[in-house]
Design a protein around this ligand. Structure first.
Ligand code: COA
Length: 394
């Protein structure tokens, strides 16, 4: 297998404010994020030879919403839908189309008006078997939390308190970012005592339902210098799981406390870049935290903490802005918000800003490698996981 290392640079990036954006349409979000990215790169839209849109639910099942919003007529525009990895996958396709030599400069946009879908995600998925059914997203991840307690001998109250620390971290980091959906820090007891959504997950353990868009301009790495500050893509891994034909059921042989597809996607990326010890070598990670338990389990899945033992790392604050591996420095899905198709590029936006020293009050010291990990679906039920590693370009 080949690799993408050092072939493609990100020369401009943009992100809208995330939140309940009732006064914005899909087109506004695409335009705002794209023009911020173009301004950052110092180029015009006419210099982009192709575009890829990542979204779950915007408009008809074509790339027309992007072409329409930008009046990007008669150009190669594609649409990628890969659940919560849609935005990251749009960037991946944009990167591959540059790496292939087909185009020099390509635009990737991730967008979602999740609030327009009219609901959160509390609907049950599939059949209602008491043990194997998936249920809603919070129920599925709540079940993984309960399973974790049984598997590793933690009381549910102990785990709930540790998860609350991840919520406090997310809301604190989000309070430092002007574009985050939630900008108010919370205290530990507020998270522990919050109304339950799906045991043990309460309101502050969940990401919100959010609107927003993020855009990135990629180009051939050997051209990047002339566009000023940029980052270089070092690795991309993608793994997709199977969905049980009896829709709505878990594969019963899977460990739902370990995200196999995310492990595989991250390993692909680590191997491409030669990373042996991610905990030591990654400087900052922006990873999928649809629920606090998701982030907790990803610490173990991605090799940041030993399997079955992330709790001491969380309790010690090792993943906070002051820790040795700051995770979700902009508040993550939890506080920055989760417009499904936009989240992957939003994560890259934060990596980019951290690596180029532009993260303001969230800036971490001397970052070398930024990591992005998007994860769609649920453990044991066909996940889509995508991992990207980036470094500052010279
Ligand atoms: N975290 C913190 N606060 C939240 C929140 C969240 N996830 N969701 C809503 N709130 C706040 C709102 O800002 C509002 O505060 P206010 O009263 O001070 O204005 C209050 O809680 C009620 O908001 P509302 O929109 O009525 O909440 P809701 O009950 O409709 O939705 C959830 C709450 C948790 C059900 C919803 O956010 C949700 O479904 N989240 C999960 C989304 C998801 O699963 N995505 C896919 C992941 S793979």
């Amino acid at each position: 297998m080949g690799d993408i290392k050092d072939k493609v640079a990100i020369i401009g990036i943009g992100c809208t404010k995330f939140g309940e954006l009732w006064d914005k349409g899909i087109d506004d979000l695409i335009i705002d994020s794209t023009y911020e990215a173009l301004d950052d790169a110092g180029i015009g839209l006419d210099q982009c030879e192709a575009a890829v849109m990542g979204t779950l639910s915007s408009g008809l099942l074509t790339a027309a919403p992007l072409a329409e919003a930008l009046a990007f007529d008669n150009k190669p525009v594609s649409r990628v839908e890969n659940n919560c990895a849609s935005g990251a996958d749009a960037l991946r396709y944009a990167a591959f189309s540059v790496a292939s030599g087909m185009y020099d400069i390509v635009l990737a946009v991730g967008v979602e008006k999740s609030k327009d879908m009219g609901s959160g995600s509390l609907e049950a998925v599939g059949t209602l078997h008491p043990v194997t059914t998936i249920g809603s997203a919070p129920a599925a991840f709540g079940k993984a939390a309960v399973r974790y307690c049984e598997q590793y001998g933690l009381s549910r109250e102990q785990l709930k308190r540790t998860l609350a620390k991840i919520a406090v971290k997310g809301h604190y980091n989000g309070s430092l970012h002007p574009k985050a959906h939630f900008r108010k820090p919370i205290v530990l007891e507020a998270a522990v005592q919050a109304p339950l959504v799906a045991w043990p997950l309460g309101l502050f353990d969940c990401c919100p339902v959010t609107d927003g868009a993020a855009a990135a301009i990629v180009c051939r790495a050997d051209m990047a210098k002339k566009f000023g500050e940029h980052v270089i893509i070092k690795a991309i891994g993608l793994a997709t799981g199977r969905i049980d034909p009896c829709k709505g059921k878990y594969y019963e042989d899977r460990d739902i406390t370990f995200f196999q597809e995310s492990y595989t996607a991250a390993q692909q990326a680590y191997d491409q870049m030669g990373i042996k010890n991610p905990r030591k070598e990654i400087s900052t990670a922006n990873i999928h935290d649809c629920f606090t338990i998701t982030e907790f389990l990803l610490y173990e899945t991605l090799g940041f903490s030993p399997v079955g033992n992330a709790k001491p790392d969380v309790d010690a604050g090792n993943f906070t802005l002051k820790g040795d591996l700051p995770v979700n420095t902009d508040g993550g899905l939890k506080a920055f918000g989760h417009p499904v198709g936009a989240s992957g590029i939003r994560m890259i936006y934060e990596c980019y800003n951290q690596l180029l020293g532009r993260a303001g009050p969230r800036q971490i010291k001397d970052p070398k490698i930024g990591m992005q990990l998007s994860q769609g679906g649920m453990a044991g039920h066909g996940m889509q996981s995508l991992c990207t590693l980036v470094v500052a370009g010279q």
